[in-house]
Design a protein around this ligand. Structure first.
Ligand code: ATP
Ligand code: MG
Length: 499
């Protein structure tokens, strides 16, 4: 295989074929020659080429028709046309029909080589893009809509691939909105059971009786109202997968029966005497700490250990913030399509806000934020005003980092100092209005007032006056800098504070 590429030359003039062959071979390209279009097309059908050079004017099928036919064989093949200088217009029309470029006769060797090099570079790009798209598609087939490129998510993908084929019970652990259901589906999708049922059990608030009749079915007359026998979810899931969403909600008495199915793959319908065997893969998910529930006696120990054979731990979104842009892109596509806004984009400032937020509701919360923005946006750009208040306000406060010196630090002094500065900043944010500042700090105005007195906090000079003062002094330091501004202004501020 030639690493530089294989080039098809179609030209009716023998001398041209010889020149091109010599030139291209010298550059280590592999060259195949054809004296007319039909011969060239035959070659193109039998072996793959990386590029073709085709003469425009040939007896029989001309260059343009040959171009059309070559494109039918390989749509991505870059085709360069050779044309006499006088008929450049024809070459341009060939470009419109998909030719990569044209070379005018007589040509300089270098010209030809540059065009060929470009053609092959483009060919590689197209091939790479195609491979990327295929990878993406393969990823989508395997992992559905699970988006993520962070190392934490890669570990999850690897585990899915490793664990999916077996029948082993799998527990998916993660906070609400981290994608537990998506992972359960991906496990099913990547198993040999993928063409069988995937059944979700939401035990939610069902009373145990009802839950059990749902799971195991019942025989006729098992209870009042059981007029017909009914298959349970376990039977419906036979040969497939059954997914217990929020397994922590299953009542203790049902847990015992569940354990038996996991161990024996058999059960009885409610009121029945016959043992029913099933072949099901069991996947469970939880967002609570099952071990704690176990310690509190709310979750059976034996079931706990049965479930923990393989655990998929899903990271919280705040632990994989580098995936945020990718997720945003994914949801833009989804909600852009739904709302007929195809080219949604975030401003850098809005993206910053998304990065700073903690995302307690994880991907579900991010998805909601993006959907809302997509619906409300007037144009395609989404700026900070479309980011909900609670996401934005997370920026308001960040605990300052304190470096502790080797000799230690006085707790009292640090706290006192911090309290003072906090009050000063809040007053500033409240425009000097004490009542407002007290509200911002969630304390009573009288408490704030006491603290102001205790710390001897005085109104700061207004920014505006400080700035204009400085410019009139041409930046020369003013010894009066630390003094309050003019007395009237001070009076006004103090009265505002009291108000
Ligand atoms: N990695 C991800 N990529 C794309 N979408 C995701 C991802 N994780 C979650 N989502 C989306 O977030 C939403 C919640 O996902 P899912 O229902 O799987 O979460 P969950 O962990 O089961 O949450 P809960 O504990 O609240 O049931 C869904 O709309 C899902 O499509
Ligand atoms: Mg869920």
């Amino acid at each position: 295989m030639n690493r530089n590429g294989t080039i098809l030359v179609i030209d009716d003039e023998e001398i041209m074929r010889e020149i091109l062959e010599a030139l291209l071979t010298r550059e280590s390209y592999q060259v195949r020659l054809a004296a007319n279009a039909a011969e060239g097309l035959d070659l193109a059908r039998t072996m793959p080429f990386d590029a073709a050079i085709v003469d425009m004017m040939m007896p029989g099928m001309d260059g343009i028709s040959a171009l059309d036919e070559l494109k039918k064989i390989d749509d991505d093949l870059p085709v360069m046309m050779i044309t006499a200088f006088a008929s450049v217009e024809n070459a341009i029309s060939a470009m419109k029909r998909g030719a990569f470029d044209y070379i005018t006769k007589p040509f300089k060797n270098d010209e030809v080589l540059v065009v060929v090099r470009n053609a092959l570079a483009q060919r590689r790009l197209v091939a790479e893009n195609r491979a990327l798209r295929q990878n993406l598609q393969a990823h989508q087939n395997r992992f559905g809509e699970i988006i993520g490129r962070s190392s934490r998510m890669r570990q999850v993908f690897d585990l899915i691939i490793q664990a999916a084929p077996s029948r082993t019970t799998i527990l998916i652990n993660g906070e609400s909105g981290t994608g537990k259901e998506l992972v359960a589906r991906a496990l099913h999708q990547n198993s040999s059971r993928s063409d069988r049922a995937f059944i979700t059990v939401n035990s939610g608030n069902l009373p145990p009786d009802l839950l059990e009749s749902n799971l195991f079915g019942h025989v006729k007359g098992a209870f009042t109202g059981a007029v017909y026998p009914k298959k349970g979810l376990f039977e419906l899931a036979d040969k497939g997968t059954i997914f217990f969403d929020e397994i922590g909600n299953i009542p203790l008495e049902t847990q015992a029966k569940l354990l038996r199915v996991i161990q024996e793959r058999e059960f009885m319908r409610l009121g029945g005497v016959e043992t029913i065997k099933v072949d099901v893969r069991i996947i469970a998910a939880t967002n609570v700490d099952l071990r704690r529930m176990m310690d509190e006696g709310k979750f059976r120990e034996d079931l706990y250990y049965r479930l923990h054979v393989i655990t998929v731990q899903l990271p919280a979104l705040r632990e994989r913030k580098d995936d945020i842009p990718l997720l945003v892109q994914h949801f833009f596509e989804k909600y852009g399509r739904e709302n007929n806004k195809p080219h949604l984009e975030l401003t850098a400032e809005a993206l910053d806000l998304l990065f700073e937020y903690d995302w307690p509701g994880n991907v579900r919360e991010l998805e909601n934020v993006i959907e809302r923005a997509a619906v409300l946006s007037a144009g395609s750009r989404i700026d900070v005003d479309l980011v909900p208040d609670h996401v934005r306000s997370s920026r308001r406060f960040q605990m300052p980092q304190v470096a502790i010196p080797p000799e230690g630090i006085s707790f009292r002094e640090v706290i006192t100092d911090f309290e003072k500065r906090l009050i000063e900043s809040t007053l500033e944010a409240a425009g000097g209005v004490q009542k407002k500042a007290a509200e911002l700090l969630h304390i009573k105005p009288t408490t704030l007032n006491e603290m102001i007195k205790r710390h001897d906090i005085r109104p700061r000079r207004k920014r505006g006056s400080a700035l204009s003062g400085q410019s009139s002094r041409n930046g020369v330091a003013d010894p009066a800098d630390d003094q309050p501004a003019d007395d009237d202004e001070m009076e006004a501020e103090v009265s505002k504070w009291r108000g």
